[in-house]
Write a protein that binds this ligand. Structure first.
Ligand SMILES: [Zn+2]
Length: 136
């Protein structure tokens, strides 16, 4: 799990077994396999609330790592609704949105994962994985 500091191109989306978690499913972490689109290896990702990930703002800030339009075209994020703009211009599910980089353990293809985490309504905390994309 690492941050990305150089410009990337989004290539294709990998299959994620489970992308939505709520309440107890997130304690102590959300775990799901994803399948490498190159070699078919089943990798596992573990997301620990408040520990995993880096603000997605770091990716689209001044279009430095990846442009806002590329993120929107690939449906990585959507435009945040007006009442939730304090979470940033682009989010998943109008909640605080984070990302991290990870590699296929078998062929070392590079991937990044985008997810959001937060209280959707009183008593309902959700973690939604938007997806995992191969990048170069
Ligand atoms: Zn692979």
């Amino acid at each position: 799990m690492y941050s990305i500091s150089k410009k990337i191109n989004i290539l294709k989306q990998a299959q994620v077994a489970k992308n939505f978690f709520s309440n107890e499913e997130i304690i102590p972490s959300a775990v799901t396999p994803f399948t490498c689109c190159d070699c078919g290896h089943e990798n596992s990702i573990e997301i620990i609330p408040y520990k995993s990930g880096f603000p997605i703002f770091q990716l689209y800030n001044e279009d430095k790592i990846v442009s806002k339009s590329e993120l929107l075209q690939n449906k990585v994020v959507t435009e945040t609704s007006n009442s939730m703009l304090h979470f940033g211009a682009l989010t998943v599910n109008n909640l605080p949105t984070l990302y991290f980089g990870t590699d296929c353990q078998s062929c070392h293809s590079k991937y990044f994962c985008v997810f959001s985490y937060g209280e959707k309504q009183p008593g309902l905390t959700v973690l939604q994985i938007s997806g995992i994309w191969k990048y170069e």
